[in-house]
Design a protein. Structure first.
Ligand code: FNR
Length: 379
C-alpha cells in the first residue's frame, strides 16, 4: 500500500517522482508545448464555486451510479494510460485489479504494457473486494490504417468480455512532448506494448514495433490512421455491438455530430494537456456540450481531477462521470494495487463528505443549481 498516510491525491506526485526515472516521470507528468493546457485543467476546475443547500437529510450519502447499464461504486473511471509497467512491475494488472475491487471501470489503453488477455485474466482472479457487480473493463482503441487489423483487436476485446470501446479521436499525431524529447524518452527494453504485438502479428509485419519504444512517436504515426474522418464511426458501430464512446471531443458541434452518427457516449477531454496546447479545459466546454447533446448520451469528462469537489463540479455541469488519470499512476508507483485502492478511498471519502456538505444524498441530485459558473465561457 501507500508508504504513509496521505490526506489527498495531490500529495502523491512529490513522493512518487523520486521512485521513477526522470524519463518515466517526464513522460507521465508532462504535457505538450509550454503546458498551458495542462496547467489550465486544474485552474479551470478552481474557478467554479459550489453552492450548498442546507437542512437536507444527508444521514446516508449514496455515491453509486449507473453508466451504460453498469452499476458503479461512484461516477469515477480509471483513465486509459499507456505503459503502466513503468510505475510498477504489475502495471496494468495491478491498476485493473484495484479498479475491480473498488467497483469502478478500468479502461485499458491500446498502448498498454500488458495485453488485453492478461488484464482480463488478472481481473477475473481478483477478489470481489466487497463490490457486488462484475469487474468492468473497457478498451481504448486507436483506429488503425488497417481496418482488418483493427477488427482483430475488437474481436479480442469482445471475446474477453470488455464492455465498451473508447475511441481516442484527439491524437491523429502525438502532441509535442518537450520533456520526452529532452529526455530521449523510450520504453525500457524489458517492457513492450503488448497490444502492438497482437496488431503487428495480425498485420504480418516484422517491424520491431512492440519493443522499440524509443520510436514511440514514429510508430504511432506508422500505425494510426491520420486520414481518419467521421466515416469510421458508422463503420465501427457495424463492426462491433459494444457501446462506442469518443474520447477527446471539445467542440459542441463535434459532440452533436458524434451523437448523430451513433456514438453511445462522449468523453470531453484534452488528453491531459498532452495534445493541442491552448485547447480549453474539458470542464469549461461541458455546459455547451450538454446543451448540444440534450441528454441523448452520457458525457464523461477528464483533466486535472484530484478532489471530490472536482468530481461534483463536473457532475453539476452535466457530466455523468469523470476519469482520473495521473494521480492513479502516482498511487501505483507508490503502492501497487493496494496503493491505488487507498488513493481511491481518499477520493471517495472526499466525494462522500462533499456531497453531504453540499446537501446531496445521491449522485443524480447534483444538478446545475449547485454550481456557480465563472463568466466568459460559452453556455
Ligand atoms: C494518457 N492519456 C491517454 N489517453 C488515451 O486515450 N490513450 C492513451 O494511451 C493515453 N495514454 C496516456 C499516458 C499518460 C502517461 C497520461 C498522463 C495520459 C490521457 C488520459 O486518458 C486522460 O485523458 C488524462 O490523463 C486525464 O488527465 P489527468 O487526470 O491526468 O489530469
Amino acid at each position: 500500500g501507500l508508504p504513509k498516510r496521505y490526506s489527498n491525491l495531490e500529495e502523491l506526485e512529490a513522493d512518487a517522482q523520486p521512485l521513477l526515472t526522470p524519463q518515466a516521470y517526464g513522460y507521465y507528468a508532462g504535457g505538450s508545448d509550454n503546458e498551458w493546457t495542462l496547467v489550465e485543467n486544474k485552474a479551470a476546475l478552481g474557478r467554479y464555486r459550489l453552492l450548498p443547500r442546507v437542512l437536507v437529510d444527508v444521514s446516508s450519502v449514496d455515491m453509486s451510479t449507473t453508466l451504460l447499464g453498469q452499476r458503479l461504486a461512484s461516477p469515477i473511471l480509471f483513465a486509459p494510460m499507456a505503459q503502466q509497467r513503468l510505475c510498477h512491475p504489475d502495471g496494468e494488472l495491478a491498476m485493473a485489479r484495484a479498479a475491480a475491487s473498488t467497483g469502478l471501470p478500468y479502461i485499458l489503453s491500446t498502448m498498454a504494457t500488458s495485453s488485453i488477455q492478461e488484464v482480463a485474466e488478472a481481473v477475473a482472479q481478483a477478489p470481489a473486494g466487497g463490490w457486488p457487480s462484475d469487474p468492468t473493463l473497457w478498451f481504448q482503441i486507436y483506429v488503425l490504417k488497417r481496418r482488418d487489423v483493427t477488427e482483430v483487436m475488437i474481436r479480442e476485446v469482445e471475446r474477453l468480455g470488455y464492455k465498451a470501446l473508447i475511441v481516442t479521436v484527439d491524437a491523429p499525431r502525438l502532441g509535442h512532448r518537450e520533456a520526452d524529447e529532452k529526455n530521449k524518452y523510450s520504453l525500457p527494453p524489458h517492457l513492450s506494448m503488448k497490444n502492438l504485438e497482437l496488431i503487428t502479428k495480425a498485420a504480418a509485419t516484422t517491424e520491431g514495433v512492440a519493443t522499440e519504444g524509443s520510436k514511440f512517436g514514429r510508430h504511432f504515426s506508422d500505425l494510426f490512421d491520420q486520414r481518419l474522418t467521421w466515416e469510421f464511426l458508422p463503420w465501427l458501430k457495424k463492426a462491433s455491438k459494444l457501446p462506442v464512446l469518443l474520447k477527446g471531443i471539445l467542440s459542441p458541434d463535434d459532440a452533436r455530430k458524434a451523437v448523430e452518427l451513433g456514438a453511445d457516449g462522449i468523453i470531453i477531454s484534452n488528453h491531459g494537456g498532452r495534445q493541442l496546447n491552448y485547447s480549453p479545459a474539458a470542464v469549461d466546454m461541458l455546459p455547451a456540450i450538454a446543451e448540444a447533446v440534450q441528454g441523448r448520451v452520457p458525457l464523461l469528462v477528464d483533466g486535472g481531477i484530484t478532489r471530490g469537489t472536482d468530481v461534483i463540479k463536473c457532475l453539476a455541469l452535466g457530466a455523468s462521470a469523470v476519469l482520473v488519470g495521473r494521480p492513479l499512476l502516482w498511487a501505483l508507483t507508490l503502492g501497487g494495487q493496494k496503493g491505488v485502492e487507498e488513493a481511491m478511498d481518499l477520493l471517495h471519502y472526499e466525494l462522500e463528505l462533499s456531497m453531504a456538505l453540499l446537501g446531496c444524498s445521491s449522485v443524480d441530485q447534483i444538478t446545475r443549481d449547485f454550481v456557480i459558473q465563472p463568466p466568459g465561457y460559452p453556455l
